[in-house]
Design a protein around this ligand. Structure first.
Ligand code: NAD
Length: 263
């Protein structure tokens, strides 16, 4: 099968685990050379090993996305060793579950540091050298569209990603660069997803498709948005949540009725 990203350089933040790892493997399978950027060097090396086992090319870089100097070094190292970055995936993230009344200033600033400052530092630097056909993809969340109890900081940071995406898309559209966000619902098998499952263990029963998402569900859309065929999709925040955000109270009630066993 033809690989759609052969020779393209993709930098993915938070790629040592979870959704970022799945995106790194998926893009590598399409022929991309992958810069696996994460604050966790051991996890990043493991992902690079997996990519090399698939006969792909990858590079592990330890970087805290909140730190501008480290971000600039990660970009320089990627460009030196792999080439110009054509696909940037802003994925690094942290979770948090605190009522606003109990939230420390440090928690609030950290949430924005990882999700928003990281995206800003990477996108600003990468966009400068981007060319026609290049892509910026950021991992947002449905929480950034509808809010989530215990997550004013998380939801606000994800909402900022959506607004940033729409605005940057407009600024670079004439250069043929697209900028999109993916808003996952509940994704299992990741540190962030597992934390939410501890808070709401029966949540999967409320999802219309009756399962949590998997990191690969998000990676599939990332690969599609990264492909050269999607140049007319830009500025969008695309929800991938098994229909969960359609389940407003009336639909939720009707779904429960539909699922009741026949008498
Ligand atoms: N899992 C879900 O249900 C879910 C839902 C919606 C959105 N998301 C978003 O998806 C993204 C990936 O999350 P995940 O579920 O795979 O969780 P995860 O914890 O498995 O992955 C997050 C990765 O980001 C890295 N990271 C954290 N802080 C960093 C920093 N300062 N610098 C560099 N790397 C850093 C971590 O080391 C980790 O490898 C996040 O942005 C998250 O908010 C996840």
């Amino acid at each position: 099968m033809q690989q759609i990203l052969t020779g393209r350089v993709a930098l993915i933040t938070g790629a040592a685990s979870g959704i970022g790892r799945a995106i790194a493997l998926r893009l590598a399978r399409e022929g991309a050379l992958v810069s696996v950027v994460d604050v966790d060097p051991g996890g990043a090396e493991d992902v690079v090993r997996e990519i090399r086992e698939m006969k792909g090319e990858a590079l592990a870089i330890q970087c805290d996305v909140c730190n501008e100097e480290q971000v600039n070094r990660a970009i320089e190292e990627t460009e030196k060793k792999l080439g110009r970055i054509g696909i940037l995936v802003n994925n690094a993230g942290i979770a948090g579950a605190t009522f606003l009344a109990d939230m420390s200033t440090e928690e609030w600033l950290r949430m924005f540091g990882v999700h928003c400052n990281g995206m800003f530092f990477f996108s600003r630097a990468a966009a400068k050298s981007m060319k026609e056909g290049d892509r910026i993809i950021s991992i947002s969340s449905v929480d950034g569209l509808r809010g989530r109890i215990l997550g004013t900081h998380y939801s606000a940071a994800k909402g900022a990603i959506n607004a940033f995406t729409a605005t940057l898309a407009l600024e670079v559209a004439h250069r043929g660069i697209t900028v999109n966000a993916i808003a996952p619902g509940q994704i299992g098998g990741t540190a962030i997803g597992n934390m939410m499952m501890e808070v709401a263990p029966d949540f999967r029963k409320e999802i219309p498709v009756l399962r949590c998402g998997e990191p690969e569900d998000i990676a599939e859309l990332a690969a599609f948005l990264a492909s050269p065929k999607t140049g007319y999709i830009t500025g969008q925040t695309i929800v991938v949540d098994g229909g969960a955000s359609l389940a407003h109270p009336m639909n939720q009630f009707l779904l429960r009725l539909m699922r009741q066993p026949e008498p």
